[in-house]
Design a protein around this ligand. Structure first.
Ligand SMILES: [Zn+2]
Length: 463
């Protein structure tokens, strides 16, 4: 047997050798490949061979059956082989990467072969690192019904191992509007404050001794400026009002509303009439109902807030929020709404939280203190020890062992009163106290930080 025949026989045996992976194409998995890249040391099918042939820098091919193989190349193929080379070039193919199959089109195979051998994207020491987590971006995808290419948002969900694409982008837009809405509302409030303070400072600064302008000029300037400031303030207050309407009050959470909840209770458990205490309470307070939103600047790193700013959850791991003196070091959060006058009512669903406190606090409340343990905060608290307490002026009052599911908070700043109600089945006054707030009060919350997944919801009270 000559070298040619002997080496061909060795190669054919090598193709069938157990544990080598040579019986299927190294690139597309097609059975019984009879070509090989003698530069890379892999056996490949005729189709993939066509791709390899186009890239002589990365690969050189021969037919197992038709070409001449000398001893050194046969030995090289024996030392390497499909599985051996795969371990090197496919060390870290991302879970979501589509590896073409035998019957896939040539374009896919070419992309795969070039990514693998030319760009060496999947080698263990390669430079391209595929980070875990979700990815998203835009691709142009050919429409199903016509051949037009359309821009589509693709989202890769790492946990589900799915690649999804969206034909509409409204969902994302809607979310960002909500976020922008809260930022705008806060900005509006700050602008109003600034303009108001300018309005009050202006006469002082203009009567300063250094002003060289003529008295007449000064008066004209001053009047015109004051008028302008007044106009701006008026415009700002209007914008602020619109923003509040759109982004705070009207944004309905998906949970059933309080009224629906009460109606469900009344039809299933006890047939209450319209005059039942709960409905009287709802109708009594509904006109002062507000729908406060959690403030991200005060949010503790152990908590997370839903996109609609109405649910706060204990996070399984500390969140990398920006450090700030406004952020609680304990697992607490305030709402953005500063309540300084009038009457306000809101409800908190505490049923999915084993340890909680709800109440009010001034924005200046010390960020390393706990609700109720400062003179500028007040709350009712359920600590999971079957005890409900109220904390007011750093003093605890034990209220009993009944756990309220939904707590209604009634803040009447006209009369200087704060009251807490249990409102899930029947209305029950839990605690009432007088308050004299020297600065605006914000709805305030505490959740026990060691129970990940526990959450509180600010419910929308239906009018
Ligand atoms: Zn192939």
């Amino acid at each position: 047997m000559g070298d040619r025949e002997r080496n061909k026989k060795r190669l054919l045996e090598l193709l069938q050798a157990a544990g080598t992976g040579n019986s299927h194409c190294a690139d597309c998995g097609a059975a019984d490949p009879d070509w090989a890249s003698y530069k890379l040391g892999v056996f490949i099918c005729l189709n993939c061979c066509g791709v390899h042939r186009n890239f002589p820098d990365i690969s050189k091919v021969k037919s197992v059956r038709l070409d001449f193989w000398d001893d050194s190349i046969v030995e090289f193929m024996t030392r390497n082989g499909n599985l051996h080379v795969k371990a090197k070039f496919e060390a870290r193919v991302p879970a979501f990467y589509y590896i073409p199959q035998a019957n896939d089109c040539l374009v896919l195979k070419e992309q795969w072969i070039r990514a693998k051998y030319e760009r060496r994207e999947f080698m263990a020491d390669g430079e391209t690192i595929s980070l875990p987590g979700n990815r998203e971006g835009f691709l142009w995808k050919r429409g199903r019904n016509n051949s037009q290419f359309l821009r589509r948002r693709f989202v890769l969900l790492a946990r589900e191992g799915l690649l999804k694409y969206y034909t509409k982008e409204e969902v994302e837009v809607q979310k960002s509007i909500t976020e922008v809405g809260q930022e705008l509302t806060e900005l509006g409030e700050r602008l109003v404050d600034i303009v108001r303070s300018l309005q009050s400072q202006r006469p002082l600064s203009e009567s300063g001794p250094d002003n060289e302008l003529s008295i007449l000029g000064k008066l004209v300037t001053s009047d015109a400026a004051a008028g302008k400031i007044k106009d701006i303030l008026h415009d700002l207050e209007e914008i602020q009002e619109k923003l509040r309407e759109n982004f705070s009050w009207k944004e309905a959470p998906e949970a059933p509303t309080q009224r629906e909840h009460l109606e469900a209770q009344s039809s299933s458990s006890c047939p209450m009439s319209d005059q039942s205490p709960a409905l009287r309470r709802a109708s009594h307070f509904a006109q002062w109902a507000i729908n406060p939103t959690f403030n991200l600047k005060s949010l503790s790193c152990s908590l997370e807030v839903s996109r609609d700013f109405h649910t706060v959850t204990v996070s399984p791991r500390p969140q990398p929020y920006r450090g700030s003196c406004e952020r609680f070091s304990t697992s607490q959060v305030l709402c953005s709404q500063a309540l300084s006058s009038g009457k306000h009512y809101w409800e908190v669903d505490t049923r999915n939280c084993s340890h909680w406190a709800v109440g009010v606090a001034s924005w200046e409340m010390s960020r390393d203190q706990v609700l109720g343990r400062t003179t500028d905060s007040c709350c009712v608290e359920w600590k999971g020890t079957n005890q409900l307490s109220a904390w007011h002026m750093v003093k605890e009052t034990v209220l009993g062992s009944d756990r309220p599911g939904v707590v209604g908070i009634w803040l009447n700043l006209e009369e200087g009163k704060l009251a807490f109600y249990s409102v899930d089945n029947q209305e029950k006054l839990l605690y009432e106290c007088t308050i004299s707030a020297s600065s605006p009060l914000h709805p305030a919350f505490w959740l026990y930080g060691l129970h990940p997944g526990n959450y509180l919801i600010i419910k929308q009270v239906k009018v």
